[in-house]
Design a protein. Sequence first.
Length: 290
Amino acid sequence: MSSPPASDVSLTHPDRLFWPDEGVTKQTLADYYAAVWHFMAPYLVDRPLALLRLPDGIKSHQRFFQKHGWKGMNSRIEEIADPQDAQSEKLLRISDFDGLVALVQSAALEIHLWGTTTDHWETPDMIIMDLDPGEDVVWSAVIAAALEVKARLEARRLAAFVKTSGGKGLHVVAPLAPKAGWAEAKDFAHSLAESMSADAPEKYLATATKAKRGGHIYIDYLRNGRGSTTVAPYSTRARTGAPVSMPLDWSDLNELGGPAAFTLANVPQRLETRPRDPWGDFFDAAVPLP
Ligand code: ATP
Ligand code: MN
Ligand code: MN
C-alpha cells in the first residue's frame, strides 16, 4: 500500500475531543483520514460538498449542516459557483489531502457529497439508493432489500456497489457514465423504488411518509436530485461509536453485524488486510443510464 499522504495544514487544538466516549480527538480523526485517503479520494475530490460541523464534538448541540463557506474558513477548502445559480452563495469543494485535513480542522465530522463532479455538474456519475429501515425491521431484511436493488440495477445493465451508511441502513450505488441529467436520474431511481414497493408493498415503501414506515423499508430515491447530498464513502458519522460509511463487497454482507459495524477504530486495519478494494473498479464499471 502507498504511504500516507502528508499535509502542511496545521491542526489547532489537536487534543480536542470529537467523540468523547471513544477518546477520538481532532488528531485521531486526521490520522484516520490519512489512512483512508487513497481509498476515499476518488469519491471525494472535485465534488460539491455539504459538511456536518460540530466544533465541540458530538455531545454538543452546536451542529451546523453547511453547504456554504463561513468567515475564517481554511483556504484549502475552495469556494465554487454553481453554474446554474451564479448569483447565490458559493458552494464548497476540496481537491487534495490538504483539503481533507482542512475539513478535519473545521470539525466536519460528516462529509456529504453531490453525486457528480464539478467537471460535469448537470450529469450525475452515480445513482444512490438509500435504504432506510423503519422501526421493527430486522437487519437481514435490509440486506435482502440491498440485494433486491442490486438485482434490479443489474437487470438494467448497471453495476451495483454497496456501503454501510454508518447510521441505520445501507446505500446501494450504481456508477454512471455522466450522460443523463438530474431529472432523468431521479426518475430512474424513483421508478426503481416504485417497482419494488409495487411488487412487495408489505416490505417496501417508495414515499417518505413516516406514518407507514414501521415494519417497512423506505427506498429513499431522493438522494438523486440536483443539489441533494449523501454521506461520502469512508466519511465518519457524528454518532456514538464513530461509525464510518464503509464500502463493502456484496459477500461481506453475510457477516456484517449491522450498519454501524465499521468505525474509525477498525476501518484502517480492515483496509490493510482485505485482499482487494471491493469498489476498486467502481468508475470502470460506469455505463450510461439506460
Ligand atoms: P441512515 O442510515 O441513518 O439513514 P443516512 O446517511 O442514509 O443514514 P441521514 O443521515 O438521515 O441518512 O441523512 C439523510 C440525507 O440528508 C443525507 O444524505 C444528508 O446528505 C442529508 N442531510 C443530513 N443532514 C441534513 C441536514 N441537517 N439538513 C439537510 N440535509 C441533511
Ligand atoms: Mn439512509
Ligand atoms: Mn434517507
